[in-house]
Design a protein around this ligand. Structure first.
Ligand code: A2P
Length: 330
């Protein structure tokens, strides 16, 4: 069985830490592992399977002899260092948004479009809210065909990294916000990432473009409203979709139940529906509140939750790596 030399870039961050945790949990054969971050963290000690590992400052030689690099250190680091890693023969799975819209770079959710990997040694990991949404949407697109999607998100503060979690805790303790523009303990904030000239935020445009790319449906009509909510971890997404073929709720439920890594929780009268609580710490996508749209006979509504740091980021990347290793394509 082949073993791999692995680099974690952004190892001291929230997603970076979760890469480490998930690599400890899964059966991915590791020969050696190195942790990289900025100069600030050089010398700090982190642990892998109880072994101390000193964090190194990232530089152009960091990828010499490496087989796999998992990146989550922001777009600028990925733009500069992912091509360097690839030039050294390393597979890169990048959690930033830097490469996602590049047509030559595959954007992968393993349950949906794993076979896109062959395009390039650099693979982009999609946006967190998009990952959890495209599992149920792929199931519905395959079965009934999709015409149109409307997303409304309820995104946890962990999506902003440690700074977001700190701001929720700080404001819950009665202190002033230092990170979000408003007191996140007292309001939802309909602003995620920067505002663009068309009135949408970059997060909303990411959901639109990434959904079309992952589903191989550039023609699909998609719109989105992304909102930060006072929840520590695990995003919710409310989805309206319009199908081409008419679908009964029983058919929709049956298609969703059969799809890999979807858990259907759909018994409202008994308070069974997706919550951030049930999704937190897991790698599944929870789907419920499945309804016929009363304003459109081809419309289906549902709500889904997932752990945005695990399935929405680190677990998705590690699942890609595991599948590459199983296919001998690392
Ligand atoms: P550091 O801790 O040294 O700043 P988060 O998304 O939770 O904020 O984490 C961001 C991660 O990206 C951290 O591990 C951070 O390291 C790392 N990072 C930020 N800037 C750089 C850089 N210029 N080079 C390498 N790693 C970086």
């Amino acid at each position: 069985m082949k073993e791999y030399n692995v680099a974690i870039v952004g190892a001291t961050g929230l997603v970076g830490n979760t890469f480490i945790q998930i690599l400890e949990e899964v059966d991915f054969k590791i020969k050696s592992i190195r942790f990289f971050a900025s100069k600030r963290s050089a010398g700090k000690v982190l642990y892998f399977k109880k072994q101390p590992i000193v964090v190194e400052e990232l530089n152009e030689n960091s990828f010499d002899g490496m087989d796999l690099a998992l990146f989550s250190a922001g777009g600028a680091v990925s733009l500069k260092y992912a091509p360097i890693a690839v030039s050294k023969g390393c597979r890169v799975i990048d959690n930033s948004s830097a490469w996602r819209e590049d047509p030559s770079i595959p954007l992968i959710v393993p349950e949906v479009n794993f076979r896109d990997y062959s395009m390039n040694r650099l693979i982009a990991n999609p946006n967190c809210s998009t990952i959890q949404s495209v599992l149920p949407l792929k199931a519905l697109d395959d079965a009934f065909g999709l015409n149109r999607i409307i997303y409304s998100t309820y995104q946890a503060v962990s999506g902003s990294g440690q700074k977001g979690k700190d701001d929720l805790i700080r404001t819950l303790n009665g202190e002033e916000p230092k990170f979000y523009p408003y007191n996140i303990s007292k309001t939802c904030i309909p602003e995620i990432d920067v505002f663009l000239d068309n009135g949408y935020t970059k997060e909303e445009m990411k959901m639109i473009h990434e959904t079309q790319k992952i589903l191989h449906r550039p023609d699909l009509k998609v719109t989105a409203t992304c909102v930060r909510v006072p929840v520590l971890n695990a995003h919710g997404v409310s989805v309206f979709c319009e199908t081409k073929k008419k679908a009964s709720l029983e058919e929709v439920r049956s298609v969703l139940e059969k799809f890999e890594n979807i858990v259907v929780l759909d018994d409202g009268k008994n308070h069974r529906y997706p919550t951030s609580i049930v999704a937190n710490g897991t790698d599944q996508v929870y789907v419920g509140r499945i309804r016929q749209d009363l304003s459109n006979e081809y419309g289906i509504c549902f709500y889904c939750t997932a752990d945005n740091i695990r399935k929405g980021a680190a677990a998705n990347a590690v699942q890609i790596a595991l599948k590459l290793a199983q296919s001998d394509e690392m």
